[in-house]
Design a protein around this ligand. Structure first.
Ligand code: BES
Ligand code: MN
Ligand code: ZN
Length: 506
């Protein structure tokens, strides 16, 4: 889909469709009034008759509105004006895009971007509109023998800003929104691809391919390399799999080499059967999504590379399958991690932390400024926060605050959970330095406690995305989260700056 920004009156738009908001009860929003004036009250007439009351989620498509140059006007209900906030704005944009797509409008001008939204400026509204539009047209049908075809999908969307002075900021926000959306699409594709196709080797190929496209540095460690390094925890997970494990690193340098990088680490279990601690059969197919942390790290790198942000970012992806088998790791087995600490594997289904702990130790060699790991780590996180917020745990309150703020802005929210020492006791083992599980209470926190024992040398945060990375049920599919949160975090770290023109010319 193509996007553009413009400022100008709605009645003069030649576009196929102009999108206007209506507040409840029966009040035309900005831009609507102008069309109403030139059309001699055509819109207010319709509204007065009760055909469009402004209820949230309602829409009305009008043809041949007098004295306008557009083919159609789409009215979108916004709910009550005093309740209209960021969430309501996003919902209205989503409904508008869906209706445009369903009704075969090829082109449209969206005036919803001019609506006042509390605490949010024009760039935010443009950024969200682009991300939401791209999200709504996403399809994953490459594995169906017939592609599901939208008859005439929306091709061009123009976003309106109220003043000419806002054009530049609008265009910048549009570019950022597009980059984030492309990152999310990449993440969603990798997540949705089943585990017989999306193997650790496939993830490595995709990372190398992306690195080639954007001139990034990629490196893939093979099993024998990991053996040499001593990654006993990661290797204990992959033991019974026929697919070779990989450790992928991708480096983006957007600023001075001396600036310490942000390191992102993503859990890349391409399928989690639970291993010998086998999972029950119901919904086990969804464990193909257990590599969504890895996919979001790669998606974020893609977005950052497209935006050419002035930050250094390293992505680390430990990836393998968790399978049962004759040579699988068994409950009670003790393994030695890359850090030298030993772990008693009491449950082979708590495998995410085992691959992450070695990757987190490996991260030290990049002398990180901060490390953020992303993982579909615990079912407990879904119980605690549902599908709304990702879990956030950190050994540094400043870093946690930065991430929470980025998530709030990007509308890809996280919630801070405590990482107090009191919880560490639950990981006590009689036979090794620690156990890999901490019992039923506070499962998300004890998982993070486990990781915290491998992150003492730097500022670190952990995002548990078990509830947010994909949707179940009728709308089953990867969401692309938390690419918006991570991208916004990096945009802010770069101070909004892109790779300087000077260094690009070199
Ligand atoms: N990948 C799962 C976590 C998960 C489960 C995410 C369901 C989303 C939905 C992870 O590897 C796992 O199995 N965790 C166990 C940990 C337990 C054994 C301590 C869990 O959450 O049950
Ligand atoms: Mn598991
Ligand atoms: Zn898992």
């Amino acid at each position: 889909m193509e996007f553009s920004i413009k400022s100008g009156s709605p009645e003069k738009q030649r576009s196929a469709c102009v999108v206007i908001g209506v507040f409840e009860p029966r009040k035309l929003a900005v831009a609507g009034e102008e069309i109403d004036r030139v059309s001699n009250g055509y819109l207010s007439d319709i509204i007065r008759r009760g055909d469009m009351e402004g209820k949230t989620g309602s829409t009305l498509l009008l043809h041949n509105v007098p004295n306008t140059l557009c083919d159609r006007v789409l009215l979108v209900g916004l709910g009550r004006e005093r309740d209209f906030r960021d969430k309501e704005y996003c919902d209205a944009v989503r409904i508008a895009i869906k209706t445009l797509n369903d009704t075969g409008s090829l082109e449209a001008v969206l005036y919803l971007t001019e609506l006042p939204v509390k605490r949010r400026e024009t760039s935010w509204k443009v950024f969200q509109a682009v991300v939401i539009a791209m999200e709504s047209i996403y399809r994953f049908d490459r594995l169906k023998s017939k592609q599901s075809e939208v008859r005439r999908p929306l091709r061009k969307l123009t976003l309106s800003v109220s003043r000419r002075a806002e054009l530049a900021a609008g265009e910048e926000a549009m570019r950022q929104g597009l980059a984030v959306a492309h990152g999310m699409n990449f993440t969603r594709d990798l997540g949705n691809l089943p585990s017989n196709l999306c193997t650790p080797s496939y993830l490595a190929e995709q990372a190398v391919g992306m690195a080639r496209t954007y001139s990034l540095k990629a490196e893939v460690l093979e099993q024998k390399d990991m053996e040499k390094l001593g990654m006993g925890a990661l290797l204990s997970v992959t033991r019974a799999s026929r697919e070779p494990a990989k450790l992928i690193t991708v480096e983006y340098r957007g600023t001075d080499r001396k600036q310490k990088p942000v390191v992102l680490v993503g859990k890349g279990i391409t399928f989690d059967t639970g291993g010998i601690s086998l999972k029950p059969a119901a919904e086990m197919d969804e464990m193909k999504y257990d590599m969504c942390g890895a996919a979001s790290v790669l998606g974020t790198l893609k977005a950052v590379a497209q935006m050419q942000l002035a930050v250094n970012v390293v992505g680390i992806v430990p990836t393998c399958e968790n399978m049962p088998g004759g040579d699988a790791t068994k409950p009670g087995d003790i393994v030695t991690t890359l850090s030298g600490q030993t772990v008693e594997v009491l449950n082979t289904d708590a495998e995410g932390r085992l691959i992450l702990c070695d990757a987190l130790t490996y991260a030290e060699r990049f002398e990180p400024d901060v490390v953020v790991d992303v993982a579909t780590l615990t079912g407990a996180c879904v119980i605690a926060l549902g599908h709304v917020a990702s879990g956030l745990l950190s050994n540094d309150d400043g870093l946690a605050r930065e991430l929470l703020h980025a998530g709030d802005y990007a509308f890809d929210r996280a919630w801070h959970l405590p990482l107090w020492d009191d919880y560490q006791e639950q990981l006590k083992s009689n036979f090794a330095d620690m156990a890999n599980i901490g019992g039923r209470p506070a499962g998300t926190i004890t998982a993070a406690c486990f990781l915290s024992r491998f992150t003492k040398k730097y500022r670190w945060a952990h995002l548990d995305i078990a509830g947010t990375a994909w949707k179940s049920g009728k709308e089953k599919g990867a969401t692309g989260r938390p690419v918006p949160l991570l991208s916004q975090f990096l945009i802010e770290r770069a101070g909004g700056r892109t790779h300087s023109a000077k260094s690009r010319r070199k």
